[in-house]
Design a protein around this ligand. Structure first.
Ligand SMILES: *Cc1c(COP(=O)(O)O)cnc(C)c1O
Length: 233
């Protein structure tokens, strides 16, 4: 993870790893989209990532994303992956193609209201705290089906799947049961056949554990440091 290596070389390496993990699990690499996480990354390196062929860009902070999107435009879809404050819903609806982090009804209600005001539909994922860690955002797994049913009532929102962020492990293999749990939860919810709910995306896996996430069914991996190097602390 040297910052010296070029962004495009790093992306090529991550792509190879994704392909290897997918094949190992009997999946097609084309089922997995690479989302470049660009929080704190400067504009030129984001341009490099876009030119090198990432599929999606992900930002954690609304203000930072707003500036970058105004500057760089939308050559690719921008996704919101951070914790979303309800009072930022208005901007989020305008700026992003998919919100990964909807974890409560009041946020969904506000997003629906803002989407209605702007006359646009909005795609969302429901963020699940599969590990049950107290410090993590996301709805607890056992409450996720009920939350999905509630959000499905909002006519402007379209639920496309689930997102999770497991705890940090030195050995990424330990994240595997958390990824499998998210996949099983999506299967369970899919079987309910709730209108307006499409359980097709599993947003899971970051720099340290994206290979395992791909083996367990990720359709979007969110990778920052393996592409751009370590972030400033
Ligand atoms: C920062 C972040 C990532 C990327 O983490 P890396 O370790 O840099 O790959 C992925 N998902 C979320 C929600 C993040 O906040």
């Amino acid at each position: 993870m040297e910052t010296i290596a070029s962004v495009s070389e790093n992306i090529a390496l991550v792509r190879e790893e994704i392909a290897r993990a997918a094949r190992k699990a009997g999946r097609s690499p084309a089922e997995v989209r690479l989302l470049a996480v660009t929080k704190t990354v400067d504009d030129d390196r984001i341009r490099e990532a876009i030119a090198a062929g990432v599929d999606l860009i992900g930002e954690n902070y609304v203000q930072e994303a707003r500036r970058k999107i105004e500057l760089l435009g939308r050559p690719l879809p921008w996704h919101f992956i951070g914790h979303l404050q309800t009072n930022k819903a208005k901007y989020a609806v305008r700026l992003f193609d998919l919100i990964h982090s909807v974890d409560r009804v009041d946020l969904a209600r506000e997003l629906d209201r803002r989407a209605a005001a702007q006359g646009v539909p909005l795609k969302v994922l429901v963020e699940v705290n599969v590990s049950g860690e107290a410090s993590k955002s996301g709805v607890p797994a056992r409450e996720a089906p009920a939350l999905v049913r509630s959000i499905a009532e909002f006519p402007r929102l379209s639920i496309r799947g689930l997102m999770t962020m497991p705890p940090w492990f030195d050995d990424p293999e330990e994240a595997r049961p958390h990824f499998a749990a998210l996949r099983n939860l999506a299967d369970e919810i899919r079987r309910e056949r709730i209108g307006n709910v499409h359980m097709e995306e599993l947003s899971m896996g970051m720099t340290n554990d994206y290979r395992i996430a791909v083996e367990e069914g990720a359709t979007i991996v969110r990778v920052g440091r393996a592409i751009f190097g370590e972030r400033p602390v």
